[in-house]
Design a protein around this ligand. Structure first.
Ligand code: 5AD
Ligand code: SF4
Length: 430
């Protein structure tokens, strides 16, 4: 989400003729995009804001913009008081305040006035992204905010209520990105599978996928993150049917214990989640499934944790994003429950699951050895080309060819829990 938001800001700035620089010291404008999903993220954000104070003192003309979930959608007076060296605060997914601030400067060219006017209705619409020519993959917000209110989660408070963007606007953004050379688009939402429920025409994620699928030049489509309760068979069948929609589902369970799930107000049981995984696997061949887990939720007993361990062991999902519970101010969990699992115990549970998942992922990935998979290559990392398979496995390959943005069959020669290596089969076709 934040990568998508940051890209949006950089596009907006490029439209005002700003250029990227690689160090804050040389910048006229510094944008700090912030995350507060856990206390550690918030601490690192506030630490970085404080550290910009020195730069601002050296260069008082520097414009400092703090955006994202630290700012939130409900006012930022407290931040303005705490960080007087910050010039502009912007809510998540909204470059509007920064653009308005920069365009107030009357010395700016007339052409920028048009831009300013375009950004005036930022609340409704995002600017079209520009300058993605170096990017093989890009993110597109389709649902902003969240109205679910899981008891541990600060996102609805900071990103505001759920708002789906109109189909036409999304289609236009996808087209624009692909025209600039982007090959793979990931559609984003906190509950991406609820796309459209708040729109008058009631489009669905499934209908949206069909709508953008045939965009000329587009190679791959993905979407995340799904909530178990909204994964209809229609959606799963659309994923299976449409060739450009990748067999890749990110659907968090958060806990493998029914009581903890109820305390989290997730809205499903472990049996319902099991059934969902079965449904996904039956309907989408070779699907890669990723999952999020929180350990150490208030009141989580050793036995309840064991239930989480057991379901992970049973379901054998491709990826598990693990997090240690972090109490967030204002959430129901913080107001009504006691954060009573000690930090060392959260760490222990985290490591136990990490070890388990490492074994599962290694096992799953080892089955790819000797197989040929289609990889979309993105960039070169330390001399090796890096790309992903349809079901989102990370693949590295060494070759003299330029694989940037190419989809190429690769024969897997080595596998590990987190990535694979392979040989490029044929010379690139495109
Ligand atoms: N503490 C720890 N992890 C959290 N997540 C969300 N809120 C919290 C919290 N308070 C995790 C969830 C979510 C992921 C994006 O972050 O697992 O799916
Ligand atoms: Fe947070 Fe739950 Fe909304 Fe996800 S669905 S953003 S975890 S409130």
């Amino acid at each position: 989400m934040n990568v998508a938001d940051s890209r949006q800001v950089s596009s907006a700035l490029e439209q005002l003729n700003y250029q990227e620089t690689d160090s804050a010291e040389n910048a006229d404008v510094v944008v700090l995009n912030t995350c507060v999903i856990r206390q550690s993220a918030e601490d690192s954000a506030t630490g970085r804001i404080s550290s910009l104070q020195g730069l601002k003192r050296k260069n008082p003309n520097m414009v400092i913009n703090v955006m994202g979930c630290l700012v939130g959608v409900k006012g930022h007076q407290h931040l303005a008081e705490r960080f007087p060296h910050v010039d502009v605060f912007s809510p998540p997914s909204d470059p509007g305040p920064l653009i308005a601030y920069l365009t107030q400067d009357e010395s700016r060219a007339l052409e920028e006035e048009t831009t300013a006017r375009r950004f005036a209705f930022m609340d409704e619409e995002l600017p079209l992204p520009k300058n993605h020519s170096d990017q093989v993959t890009a993110y597109v917000h389709i649902v902003l905010g969240c109205s679910h209110a899981c008891t541990y989660c600060i996102v609805p408070y900071r990103r505001g209520p759920e708002r789906s963007r109109p189909v036409e606007n999304i289609a236009m953004e996808v087209k624009s990105l692909v025209k600039q050379g982007v090959k793979e688009i990931t559609l984003l939402g906190q509950i991406v599978d609820r796309y459209g429920v708040d729109l008058p025409q009631k489009p669905t994620l499934s209908s949206l996928l069909r709508e953008v699928h045939d965009t000329p030049g587009l190679e791959r489509l993905r979407f995340l993150t799904s909530h178990p309760n909204w994964m209809t068979n229609e959606l799963l069948d659309t994923v299976a049917e449409l060739p450009k929609v990748m067999p890749h589902i990110e659907v968090p369970i958060q806990s493998g214990d029914d009581e903890v799930l109820a305390n989290m107000k997730r809205g499903y049981t472990t049996d319902e989640y099991r059934e969902l995984i079965h449904r996904i696997r039956t309907r989408i061949p070779n699907v890669g499934i990723a999952n999020d887990i929180i350990v150490g939720f208030p009141g989580e007993t050793e036995e309840q944790f064991q239930h989480t361990y057991n379901i992970l062991e049973e379901l054998k999902l491709d990826v598990a994003h693990l997090a240690r519970y972090s109490g967030r101010q204002g959430t129901v969990a913080t107001r009504r429950m006691k954060d009573n699992v000690p930090e060392e115990e959260k760490w222990r549970r985290f490591r136990v699951l990490e070890e388990l998942q490492k074994g599962i992922a290694a096992e799953i990935n080892s089955r790819y050895e000797g197989k040929t998979v289609k990889v979309l290559f993105e960039n070169k990392v330390r001399g090796r080309w890096r790309g992903r398979t349809p079901n989102n496995k990370l693949v590295f390959t060494e070759t003299e060819q330029n694989l940037h943005g190419k989809v190429i069959p690769v024969t897997i020669t080595w596998t590990g829990p987190w990535s694979m290596q392979g040989k490029v089969e044929t010379r690139s076709k495109k």
